[in-house]
Design a protein around this ligand. Structure first.
Ligand SMILES: Cc1ncc(C[n+]2csc(CCOP(=O)(O)OP(=O)(O)O)c2C)c(N)n1
Length: 641
């Protein structure tokens, strides 16, 4: 690897020299179909799972024939075939994915563990704490394996943590732990084998701290100047490969000539694998864009798919339907999905016996049981990670974010892990995150935000935002059936304030399709969520105006066809949303209209949005904050233009 790097034949990678026994020993101790969540120094995981060397080389050359079609670097890739989950650079997020996989095994009653690696530096991340705590509270068979190699980049352990040993932390989680010599292959192998048996038998997690040393720089270019020479020579004497070889020679398992023969054989193998030609990548934009999302699953529960040719008045629906409040429609969609997908897991704070902060899942635990309706500890990041782990094992999940505002605490897992995993290495993330959102409820800056734009900006996510009970049920069912991560925004102020007819059937509303609420000629109001109700109320109060109201319903991907049709009908566009003005969806849609629909415009595209301030608590301040109070002014201005 070092030679190839110097020759420029492979790209930057992170050396595990001096730590080989850990990745190799741990991987050997597991069954081949047990998931491993490796990190950047764990070449041994990939080779021990017998990944063909030529394909690994091609991966590090950024080739299309590697494991990530040239999209990922170094060890940041996974392979379902090998039960290896690719890391993201942020390190800690790997740990909770192992929780999800172990949860799936536990629920399916399969005798399997998952194993997640972390460096000692990574143990300082909140993700470490959250993942270990969830595994402990939920009794999950996960092995957490710390490779304590002395330095996190240039930071020595003395500046990383204060406990005497990282195993001390296990006690705080109610978990067993052991510290071992990570440079002794047999000690690693034996320990992980025994720990694995423990995890299976007791259905509990276990923490292993393997002591080792990083013999080279964090990556080659950064060197080891900051490491005292004495430490390097002390650990050089403990080299795991040289010591194992010596041990085998002493035991008579190996002879000197066999050692040479093995070396020659490996050298030749490496040389011939390196000869596999890399075909140059011919970038194809359609392929790149096409791989952002997983395609539709091949089999889905029998369902009705509602399309946009439905009568505008929902009470003329061709199916039996009942009048339902917005909140009950969500509940109905969730309940029908639980029946349709026996493997579907619900997770969230207080969602079981308590029924959730908004009582959406009230009574679910009686119907579906506690293993499928799961109260979680207070740890958004770990639960999103767990949801991803469930998806690796084929279990869809719906996580209730108690308030959309708290998505910040799980942001990394959402925008970096869920969103990018399919593009990076072809793994889907069948995860729905319910986001109770919005203001107008006097809840102040941290229980009222509209944060959909953060996610609508992230390739790989889908963002839906229903405004009617009928859409709420259908879009939720679609979101669960979709293999991609879906952020499902539900406005809290609509829960009990709005009702409407909802078909009794198990039905989908297609993600990515807007709904024409009413057709008009003088002005388009393009909006979503609460904005739809503001626009409808406004239209009712101004019957003299012929308003075209388009409910986007999905914010990513956007229905550009419907947007263009609306612009063509009126030539005047007002983009209305509850989110703040700057960086809101309105700016993006406005730019698109300017670029693609200029010839139909009779006036500049305008935006009506909430103020660029946090959401204030006082009702009068909140009213002044919200876009609704500026709607009339915007419409009048646009009509006058
Ligand atoms: C969230 C985050 N912060 C910082 C970094 C930069 N970084 C990459 S590896 C590393 C050190 C990690 O140390 P450790 O977990 O001990 O693993 P080691 O590299 O020693 O194997 C740092 C700081 C990162 N990748 N992610």
């Amino acid at each position: 690897m070092l030679i190839l790097l110097r020759q420029g034949r492979i790209s930057k990678w992170f050396s595990g020299i001096g730590q080989e026994a850990i990745a190799t020993g741990a991987t050997l101790a597991l069954d081949q179909d047990e998931w491993i969540m490796p990190l950047h120094r764990n070449l041994g995981v990939f080779t021990t799972r017998n990944m063909p060397l030529h394909k690994l080389f091609l991966q590090w050359q950024g080739s299309e024939q590697g494991y990530s079609k040239g999209r990922e670097r170094s060890f940041h890739f996974g392979s379902r075939t090998h039960h290896i989950c690719g890391m993201i650079s942020h390190l800690g997020p790997q740990l909770a994915i192992a929780d999800g996989v172990a949860l799936a095994h536990k629920l399916k009653q399969e005798p399997k563990v998952s194993l997640a690696f972390t460096g000692e530096g990574g143990t300082s991340e909140g993700d470490f704490h959250e993942a270990l705590n969830v595994a402990a509270v939920w009794d999950l068979p996960v092995i957490f394996l710390i490779e304590n190699n002395g330095y996190g980049l240039s930071t020595p352990v003395s500046e990383q943590y204060r406990c005497a040993s990282l195993t001390d932390r296990a006690k705080g989680y109610g978990m067993e732990a052991v510290q071992i010599d990570g440079n002794n292959l047999l000690a690693v192998y034996d320990t992980i084998q025994g720990v694995r048996r423990y995890c299976l038998e007791h259905q509990k997690p276990y923490l292993v701290e393997a002591m080792t040393f990083r013999m080279r720089g964090h990556e080659e270019a950064s060197g080891t100047k900051y490491v005292p020479a004495a430490l390097l020579s002390e650990w050089a004497a403990k080299d795991p490969v040289a010591n194992f070889e010596m041990y085998l020679l002493q035991q008579g398992v190996l002879r000197a000539d066999t050692v040479n023969a093995i070396r020659q054989e490996l050298k030749q193998h490496i040389e011939s694998e390196l000869k596999v030609e890399e075909k140059p990548i011919l970038p194809d934009t359609a392929t790149e864009l096409g791989d952002v999302y997983a395609s539709a699953p091949t089999s889905l529960p029998a369902r009705v798919v509602l399309d946009n040719s439905l009568p505008a008045a929902p009470d003329q629906l061709p199916w039996p339907s009942s009048e339902k409040r917005f909140v009950d429609a969500i509940r109905d969609g969730l309940e029908r999905s639980m029946h349709a997908h026996p493997g579907l897991i619900l997770m969230g704070q207080d969602i079981a016996e308590y029924g959730g902060a908004f009582k959406v899942t009230d009574g679910f635990v009686q119907t579906f049981g506690k293993s499928r309706v799961r109260n979680t500890p207070l740890c958004e990041s770990a639960i999103v990670g767990t949801a991803l782990g469930l998806s690796l094992e084929g279990c869809p999940s719906v996580m209730e974010m108690q308030f959309a505002d708290f998505a910040t605490a799980g942001f990394n897992q959402i925008v970096n892990n869920l969103a990018k995993i399919h593009y990076r290495w072809g793994q889907h993330a069948n995860v729905v995150i319910r986001m109770p959102t919005g203001a107008g409820v006097g809840a102040g800056p941290f229980h009222s935000q509209s944060n959909e734009a953060w996610f609508a900006h992230t390739p790989g996510l889908k963002v839906v935002y229903p405004s009617s009970p009928m859409d709420a049920k259908g879009l939720l069912i679609s979101a669960v059936n979709d293999l991609n991560p879906v952020l499902y925004f539900e406005h809290k102020a609509l829960y009990r304030a709005k009702s409407g007819p909802v078909p009794d059937a198990y039905y989908e509303i297609e993600i990515g399709k807007a709904r024409l609420v009413q057709q008009g000629e003088s002005l388009s109001i393009i909006t979503y969520g609460m904005g739809v109700h503001w626009a409808m109320d406004y239209a009712a109060q101004h019957p003299n105006l012929s308003l075209d109201i388009l409910d986007l319903r999905t914010l990513l991907p956007l229905d550009y066809e419907a947007i263009q049709s609306s612009v063509q009908r009126t030539g005047r566009v007002l983009l209305l949303h509850e989110d703040c003005l700057t960086g809101g969806l309105g700016g993006e849609i406005g730019a698109w209209i300017g670029e693609h629909c200029f010839r139909w415009l009779d006036a500049p595209v305008m935006r009506c949005a909430s103020l660029d301030t946090p959401v204030p608590f006082n009702p009068d301040l909140e009213k002044n904050f919200l876009a609704a109070c500026r709607l009339d002014g915007c419409v009048q201005k646009l009509m006058r233009y």
